[in-house]
Write a protein that binds this ligand. Structure first.
Ligand code: 5GP
Ligand code: SF4
Ligand code: MG
Length: 465
């Protein structure tokens, strides 16, 4: 998901709508905005579909006045059935100490246990979302202000959370102690901005100040400015390495590094680790493009757009059902026949999950008359599901969980198939010595099976580590 918040500008909701539009790649299912105005109080709108369709009507935006607003774009993760509008964030709660809204990116790994406990003690849940636990935990806290209640609530929560929240006057941002999901701070004139990624600061002309640190909570108001605290036990950070590979936008800056440059470097590493004689390097657009540019540069093989993407389709993976996903590849990607015909082609993509995309693309490329098809993948084999906010399917649907690399190659029926090594990926994200096996610098559980937070709900359901 994507989260965004603004304090201290006229009609903050307009800025939030723009910010969410820039974060749309993080979730396309639905979006929501909550705002506050000194006279009109809290207002909100929650809509299915793209931000650009939902939040542009003047009449709607006029119902969202005030200098403070937060928003959320939703990407439903594993386990969520068909969404209902009540699942769309931000969630709002009216507490004895005043109202507050929260927007959460990540996934709470003990949400089932928390929900059971809260319901037993009288909480009435409105949605099926794990994030709603935070609101109920806040309601039960005895602290005298919202920020302290949030601290109380989040200390009971396990898993990944980057949260943007608001009260009548305050904008609040928090990252879990491992800092799994991103969250950045910006300024716009006298106002303040919190955003999942820097690309959404750019769209409103805000200045990037810094990242919120793992385990940090910032509480911002117009009078006192920003106050920072660290409410959790300190741990070594484990940022999601897959943000670098796929999830974030290439024009964002993470950990002081350009995501584009990191992806290009992954391509360079891939060309060194898995060289291949061929006539053409093609990205599977858009997610494979920077890596393909790096691969072509390093190998000296010409780069070409052998697959053309229809810009009016969203990301296929995120569409929740299998049948739509199957169709999606053809709806979204088409082969540039004139370029492909008679060539030995290296296709570069970011990841293989179920293998649906790669299989379809290989067929399309061969139909177009390619002589050979070689796949180079910008991440190691995805053999474990993510429980921290990325929608990977159950383990048995992951190609790499059940097949060796050679079996995957046969299954996809391609001439060769190579993945970047985990160390190669670490080098590409700037860790010159590769992965520190004793204390990995990132979360890479979907590749290594080493989960930095035990997924307790899933273990209870029988998931085996
Ligand atoms: P597959 O077709 O193998 O199931 O999915 C792989 C494709 O899905 C890749 O092209 C990748 O760009 C895209 N993708 C989109 N979202 C995700 C995600 O959350 N995780 C992974 N691993 N791949 C994703
Ligand atoms: Fe990111 Fe993979 Fe860890 Fe999930 S399991 S947080 S996708 S690195
Ligand atoms: Mg892709």
């Amino acid at each position: 998901c994507g989260v965004f918040g603004v304090l201290g500008v006229t009609d903050a909701a307009n800025f939030v709508a723009l910010g969410l539009h820039a974060l749309q790649h993080r979730g396309q299912e639905a979006g929501g905005i909550v705002c506050h105005h000194p006279e009109h109080g809290f207002n909100s709108a929650h809509r299915f579909g793209y931000v650009r369709d939902s939040f542009t009507s003047q009449t709607l935006m006029q119902t969202l006045p005030g200098p403070l607003a937060i928003g959320h774009v939703r990407y439903s993760t594993a386990g969520s059935k068909g969404a209902v509008i009540r699942d769309v964030q931000p969630f709002f709660g009216e507490f004895s100490v005043g109202g507050a809204a929260i927007a959460h990116n990540g996934n709470i790994t003990n949400a089932d246990a928390l929900r059971r406990e809260l319901i037993e003690r009288g909480s009435i849940f409105q949605s099926s979302s794990d994030s709603e636990c935070i609101i109920h935990l806040m309601a039960r806290s005895l602290q005298r202000n919202i920020a302290e209640r949030m601290e109380d609530a989040l200390r009971r929560v396990e898993g990944a959370f980057s949260v943007v929240a608001m009260t009548r006057t305050k904008l609040i941002g928090v990252r879990d102690p491992l800092g799994v999901r991103p969250l950045v701070l910006g300024r716009i004139a006298d106002g303040w901005v919190l955003s999942s990624e820097t690309c959404a600061l750019d769209i409103i002309g805000a200045e990037f100040i810094r990242e919120i640190e793992p385990g940090e909570m910032v509480v911002i108001d117009q009078k006192n400015g920003l106050e920072s605290r660290f409410p959790f036990r300190k741990q070594s950070p484990r940022f999601c390495i897959f943000e670098h590979v796929y999830f974030s936008r290439p024009d964002s800056i993470i950990g002081g590094r350009s995501v584009y440059e990191t992806r290009r470097q992954i391509g360079v590493e891939l060309a060194r680790e898995a060289p291949q004689d061929a006539d053409l390097v093609c990205p599977v657009p858009d997610s494979g493009t920077p890596a393909a540019i790096g691969f072509a540069h390093e190998s000296g093989i010409p780069y070409g757009m052998g697959i053309i993407r229809n810009q009016y389709m969203g990301r296929t993976f995120i569409e929740p059902t299998e049948s739509i996903r199957n169709m999606g590849v053809r709806l979204k990607l088409n082969v540039n026949r004139a370029l492909i015909r008679g060539k030995r082609v290296i296709l570069v993509d970011d990841s293989v999950v179920r293998g649906t995309t790669s299989r379809k693309i290989k067929e399309m490329i061969l139909d177009a008359g390619a002589k050979e098809v070689h796949f180079r993948i910008a991440s190691p084999p995805t053999s474990w599901p993510c429980f921290y906010g990325v929608d990977t399917p159950q383990r048995d649907k992951l190609l790499a969980a059940t097949m060796s690399e050679e079996e995957m190659r046969e299954h996809l029926a391609v001439d060769s198939l190579k993945f970047i090594s985990l160390d190669g990926l670490y080098r590409a994200v700037g860790e010159a010595q590769g992965r520190n096996a004793k204390c990995p610098q990132y979360c890479d559980a979907c590749f290594s099976g080493e989960y930095p937070v035990a997924p307790s709900d899933m273990i209870e359901k029988g998931f085996q580590l």
